[in-house]
Design a protein around this ligand. Structure first.
Ligand code: PRX
Length: 649
């Protein structure tokens, strides 16, 4: 698949420059200016980052910038600050005091707007409620919530106290939630009686109840009333949100913490069955998230910024909550599905709230294309001035459709490359400066030094594919994997000595533009959600009827990649549609519905090398519909392959 991708992208020669009008009012308004800032940051990285960090409010100014003992870094380590203070209190002193911080729309159509002053009050009250429930600085709090304002309030309340939040996406199952609560050793969970999604209700509280039967450290569960659904209740442990708030004061000074204090843990898929708890810092994270939001989205005071990501993923952490609020901007948050009640919901939201910056995923764009352009055409999208994408490579045709049909041909498109681990955007156009090429994330942001290298770490010449690495540390990078520094080192700094290994393939063209080619490891990207093949495999083999399983990705027009599972059943089990259904539901229960295989194929045996390694490359070819032409000389039993091919026909 990667090969095809390279070939098709190589043919791409269209280029779009920002209009003079856009450039004139942009934060960075020419390539010359970008080159100047970039060169300064390369020459004097500490000077550059210190200048950027000083735009935040520090309770105690830092004197140190980077301390690098590879692969561990500290940034601004002797400085102290608070994220909630920077996202809220700081804006109460000027004209932003009564400006909308969050405009929230629920799926049923209810709308709530919270000004900075109002949001500050809610955050202070909930922080006091958490304190009363025994949450202290350094504790971990798990948030398993729908996209409602109380989620942002909970994050900021944790940050205010110096408690570390761990958000688990509401699509994860009870089992996945349990594993994450246990790994982070969270003592309190915040959830809701449900969330609205596609006209139905997501039963979050049930999953929490099930998960924490095995989490003895969880003392309290705070439950937001959202849907009014009936939920089971455990007196003494469960507490309604409004009860938790009753009688609390709205006065709660923000607790200054060290810049390196962990702001949050976020679990992400890797190449083993166990998800990794990516740990992010306070000072470095906020520095870079704030500056990239400003630069990449050219954010101004009049903008209404809508990032459609769920806060349960890193994009929502950085670009629904922390980045926009650190800039005193207005962030729009939507609870539900893009096709409820109609296929034009997103465009309706843009029209009614006059959204000016819209940031979404290529998989969503491909879905919109399938639904047809009559849906956006029905709405006045003239408020839009900038579009963004994130999560996977965008195919040039989807880029062109987005540019023409949503952006009306006038809005620059920023294709932003980054990862859960990077914390913030690293490679992206600056919309007032960079001429864009559909399908390319273009150039690195100032302070970021990527390279494309071969297995030995040797730089590749222009247009030659290789591994994308980042040569120097950056402030928002992950600090470690929670309680597993060895895995951190092994995963990110052992492949190419001393350099951060992204796990992505890329090439750089003769203009220095980066073209991302997808993961080169066993991590899939399904609808912009990261999923380790090993995770799905371990879910499958935990089923009684499964002897062995191998999971690979197959290209998919809408979701980017789809999960295909090859399964060998235990002897005596007869393959059937019913077994397929059971296995699919088993994966949903173990991980979440979004991880369900698109196809399950039964095989008497899986193709293996003589040393017993499953030959995934061959399975990928078979799953992708080609007949596994690759090198099979190391295959242990050639008849296995012939059998799989036959089954295909
Ligand atoms: O493969 C890259 C892809 O998404 C991966 C990171 O996934 P996750 O940690 O879930 O974070 C997603 C949102 C930041 C990357 O390793 N990816 C992300 N953005 C792009 C991308 N691939 C190509 N182009 C992008 N703009």
């Amino acid at each position: 698949m990667a090969e095809d991708h390279i070939t098709s992208l190589l043919k791409e020669s269209r280029q779009f420059s920002p209009s003079a009008e856009f450039a004139a009012r942009a934060h960075v308004s020419s390539m010359a200016r970008y080159e100047e800032i970039y060169a300064h940051a390369v020459r004097d990285p500490d000077g550059y980052w210190a200048e950027v960090a000083r735009e935040l409010r520090w309770t105690k100014p830092f004197t140190k910038v980077l301390e690098w003992e590879a692969p561990f870094c500290k940034w601004f380590s002797d400085g102290r600050l608070n994220v909630s203070d920077n996202c809220l209190d700081r804006h109460l002193e000027g004209p932003r005091r009564n400006k909308a911080a969050l405009i929230w729309e629920g799926e049923p159509g209810d709308v709530r707007t919270l000004t900075y002053l109002q949001l500050h009050r809610e955050v202070c009250r909930f922080a006091n409620a958490l304190k009363r429930l025994g949450v202290c600085k350094g504790d971990r709090v798990c948030l398993y919530m729908p996209m409602i304002p109380e989620l942002a309030i909970s994050m900021l309340a944790c940050a205010r106290l110096g408690a570390t939040h761990s958000i688990v996406f509401g699509g994860f199952s009870a089992d996945a939630l349990r594993d994450r609560i246990l790994d982070a050793d969270a003592k309190l969970v915040v959830t809701a009686d449900g969330g609205h999604r596609r006209g139905g209700v997501v039963a979050l509280k049930d999953a929490v109840d099930e998960a924490i039967t095995q989490c003895p450290a969880v003392q309290r569960v705070v439950v937001v009333r959202r849907t009014g659904s009936k939920v089971a209740w455990k007196e003494g442990r469960d507490l309604w949100w409004d009860e938790a708030l009753s009688g609390v004061s709205a006065d709660c000074p923000a607790e200054p913490v060290d810049a390196e204090h962990p702001l949050f843990i976020l679990y992400t898929s890797g190449t083993t069955g166990r998800p990794k708890g990516v740990v992010h810092s306070t000072g470095g994270y906020l520095t870079q998230v704030a500056s990239t939001t400003r630069m990449v989205f050219d954010l101004g005071d009049e903008d209404v910024f809508w990032c459609t990501a769920d806060i349960g993923w890193v994009t929502g952490h950085s670009y629904v909550v922390y980045g926009p609020l650190a800039n005193g901007a207005t962030s729009l948050m939507y609870e539900g599905a893009p096709n409820f009640p109609g296929l034009d919901r997103f465009w309706d939201i843009i029209e009614r709230h006059r959204v000016s910056i819209f940031y979404t995923a290529p998989t969503a764009i491909r879905t919109f294309i399938r639904w047809g352009e009559e849906h956006p055409t029905k709405h006045d999208l003239s408020s839009l001035r900038l579009l963004g994408t994130v999560g996977e490579p965008i195919n040039p045709e989807a880029w062109m459709w987005y540019h023409a049909n949503i952006g009306g041909g006038r809005c620059p498109v920023v294709d932003t490359w980054w990862q859960t681990e990077t914390g913030a955007i690293l490679i992206s156009p600056l919309p007032g400066a960079t001429p864009t090429k559909p399908g390319s994330a273009t150039r690195p942001l100032p302070g970021i030094v990527p390279a494309v290298v071969d297995k030995e770490g040797r730089p590749q010449p222009p247009d030659k594919g290789g591994f994308l690495v980042i040569e120097r540390p950056w402030p928002a990078m992950l600090r470690t994997i929670y309680r597993d520094p060895d895995r951190y080192r092994a995963q990110y700094f052992s492949q190419i000595e001393g350099k951060y290994f992204t796990g992505d393939g890329a090439r750089r063209d003769t203009d220095g533009y980066y073209w991302l080619m997808g993961r080169i490891d066993d991590v899939l990207n399904v609808s912009g959600h990261r999923l380790g093949t090993a995770e799905v495999e371990s879910a499958l083999v935990s089923h009684d009827l499964v002897a062995e399983a191998a999971v690979v990705g197959r290209p998919d027009e809408i979701t980017g990649q789809a999960v295909v599972a090859f399964v060998t059943l235990t002897s005596g089990t007869i393959p059937s549609d019913e077994v397929k259904h059971d296995l699919t539901e088993h994966v949903a229960a173990q991980i979440g519905k979004f991880a369900r295989p698109a196809a399950i194929r039964f095989a008497d045996a899986l193709p293996k090398t003589r040393s017993g390694k499953i030959m995934r490359r061959l399975l990928k070819e078979i799953a992708g519909g080609s007949s596994a032409q690759g090198d099979t000389t190391t295959l242990e039993d050639i008849s296995v392959l012939a059998k799989l091919r036959e089954d295909e026909e």
